[in-house]
Design a protein. Structure first.
Length: 70
């Protein structure tokens, strides 16, 4: 998982906690939960797209040069 995907996952978990706390403290808000569902779907899509891309191979190493001259 790449850095941006991990960040999105952490933000989604934080949004879940905040939405739950808001619901407990002040009552349910349908738009808040709808926004959270959209965020979760976007995060899942981002993670799926990130895992579908094969990792890039490392660049080739430069070959050591032999002694030059006669």
């Amino acid at each position: 998982m790449s850095g941006p995907t991990k960040t999105m996952t952490v933000l989604t978990c934080a949004a879940l906690l905040l939405t739950t706390a808001y619901t407990v403290a002040l009552g349910s808000s349908g738009w808040l939960w709808f926004g959270l569902v959209v965020l979760v779907v976007a995060t899942i899509g981002m993670a799926a797209a990130d895992s579908a891309v094969p990792p890039t191979p490392p660049p080739p190493r430069p070959r050591p040069q032999g002694p030059s001259g006669p």
